[in-house]
Design a protein around this ligand. Structure first.
Ligand code: ADE
Length: 252
C-alpha cells in the first residue's frame, strides 16, 4: 500500500446474519475480493474506508481470515462483531459485551504450559485496545439508550464449542468466574492481531445464556436482532470518527 494512505478499518463477523446490514450499507463501488474461500468487501462505510469479511465459525476460520485481512488489506484496526452466550449473572439476552480481554477457554497444553496459556506467547488473556473499546462502548450506550439492555466491559471466552448445555456453562463459570460471555472466534482474532501488533476490539450482543435453551434462543436472536445491533452500533462509531477528523494511523 502507498505511503499516506488511510489504513482501512477491518470488520469481521462469523455468520452472514451478523454482518448483512453492514455489507448492504457500503457505498456503491465497493469491491469484493475472494481469497481462501472468503469474500472481502472493500469500500466506504459511513464515510470511512473499511474491509468487511465473514470469518465463518471457530478459531481456525477466524485466525485465517484475520491473517488475510491484515496482510492483504493493510487494515489499521480490527473490530469483531457478533453474538455470544451470556455467562455472568449480570449479563442478559440483548445486553452488549465489549471485551476488555479475550481468552481461549479450550487451550490446554498442560503439563507443558499453564492452562489457557497460549504456548510460546507466554500469555493467556489478550488485552483489547483500550481506546477502540472505549469508543465502541460509548457507541453501544448511545445505541441502547432508552432500552432496558445494558453495556458491559470485561473478559470474553472463546472456544471451538457451542455451549448449549447447562453443565458446560456451569463449568466455565466456576473455572473463570469473571468471564462475561462465551463465543467461538474473538480470542483467535485477538491472537493474530496481537502477533501482528494491530489494535483490536470485540463487540458481542448476548443471544442466549449458554444453557439447554441456547440453541433456540441463539437462532431466533440471530435472525431477528444480530445484524441490526452490529450495524446500529458501528454506524454510530464510524460517524463519530468522521465527525472527529481522521482517526486512522497512516500506513508506514
Ligand atoms: N455464540 C452465541 N451463543 C453461543 C454459545 N452459547 N456458545 C458459543 N458461542 C456462542
Amino acid at each position: 500500500m502507498k505511503e499516506n494512505t488511510i489504513a482501512p478499518l477491518g470488520i469481521l463477523a462469523a455468520l452472514a446474519d451478523e454482518i448483512r446490514d453492514l455489507i448492504a450499507a457500503l457505498e456503491p463501488g465497493a469491491q469484493v475480493h475472494r481469497i481462501g474461500l472468503r469474500d472481502f468487501h472493500q469500500g466506504i462505510l459511513h464515510g470511512q474506508p473499511c474491509v468487511i469479511a465473514l470469518t465463518r465459525v471457530g478459531k481456525a476460520a477466524a485466525a485465517a481470515t484475520t491473517a488475510t485481512l491484515l496482510q492483504r488489506f493493510g487494515v489499521g484496526r480490527v473490530i469483531f462483531t457478533g453474538v455470544a452466550g451470556g455467562l455472568h449473572r449480570d449479563v442478559r439476552v440483548g445486553d452488549i459485551v465489549i471485551g476488555s480481554q479475550a481468552l481461549q477457554h479450550d487451550m490446554d497444553a498442560r503439563p507443558l504450559f499453564a492452562r489457557h496459556e497460549l504456548p510460546l506467547l507466554g500469555v493467556d488473556r489478550l488485552p483489547a485496545d483500550p481506546a477502540l473499546s472505549e469508543q465502541l462502548q460509548a457507541s453501544a450506550r448511545r445505541f441502547l439508550a432508552g432500552r432496558a439492555s445494558r453495556v458491559h466491559r470485561g473478559l470474553i471466552l472463546t472456544g471451538d464449542r457451542f455451549v448449549g448445555d447447562a453443565g458446560t456453562g456451569h463449568e466455565l463459570r466456576e473455572r473463570l468466574p469473571d468471564a462475561l460471555c462465551v463465543e467461538m472466534e474473538g480470542a483467535a482474532v485477538a491472537q493474530v492481531c496481537h502477533e501482528f501488533g494491530v489494535p483490536w476490539a470485540v463487540l458481542r450482543t448476548i443471544s442466549d445464556h449458554a444453557d439447554a435453551q441456547a440453541e433456540q434462543d441463539f437462532l431466533r436472536f440471530l435472525r431477528e436482532v444480530a445484524s441490526v445491533y452490529s450495524h446500529g452500533i458501528l454506524q454510530d462509531f464510524l460517524r463519530r470518527q468522521v465527525a472527529a477528523g481522521d482517526p486512522y494511523p497512516m500506513q508506514q
